[in-house]
Ligand binder design. Sequence first.
Ligand code: MG
Length: 306
Amino acid sequence: MMRLAYFAPTPREIPRLGVYRSGKVIDLVENYKYIYRSQPPHWFFDLGEYLENKYAHRIVEDLISIYEKKPSEEPDLVHDENKIIYYPITSSNQRVFCIALNYLSHVQETGRPKPSKPYIFMKPKTALIGHREPILIPKVSSAADHEIELGVVIGLRGKYITKKDAMEHIAGYTIFNDVSFRDWQMRSSEGLGLDWLHGKGMDKSTPVGPYLVSKEEIEDPYKLRLELRVNREIRQIGTTSEMLFSIEDIIEEISKGITLLPGDLIATGTPSGVGHSSKRYLRDGDIIEAEISGLGVLINTVRQER
Ligand code: MG
């Protein structure tokens, strides 16, 4: 029923939650102040706390319905989507879990064996960036690559979640571009496996957004089309129906001994077409558009660190 953006009206202001409606973002903080004449609750500034608070959703729905009945002329209550600063869909205690090799077409292009169970790694939150923020290629890498993925955001905490209950723990979906540094990821590590830390976790490399689309808006998460373009050229196409391990499988696997928290983000794997298979890596100035049906288009330019 809702698309939540994490944004700031200007670079000087604190990031807060807003509701995206056809090219505009309704500022929940300013609407709350305007309608109730008091300071807004702190969970307007933190997605995890918003998702965990049982009254929050209702309060937001009330604010939106008041706003929509009588849109005010007050300039701060709503912003032009093109003028705001998007932040990644993130929260203070968020973890970022990613699954490797979850589409057969991608498994095949890597030449690796098909996995028999989900392989999960983590990305530091400091790697995340928002819609329209530049993807930073650090000066220590010359093999930056794209991976469009369906991002799942947890709404309800849980441990030892079974497949049957997994969907109840989801708040919604977003677009995730699991930007990877192949020269680091694949470098020789003396029998200790791939370098997932630097291979996936460089600062300000991983776009997520533009917004969190609540799960009620997505009729079937396994019928979503993924498409990634570099400078308008299509590089990756897939559908979520191709996943080897379902979202339910992944949630069950991660939550074994680890509590999933509201705001946690799970990247569910990428289809084929990554640059590594054709040795075409990202370059300064490239424009990356990652699009998933129903979730919008996540656009970022690439910037080489000097
Ligand atoms: Mg990936």
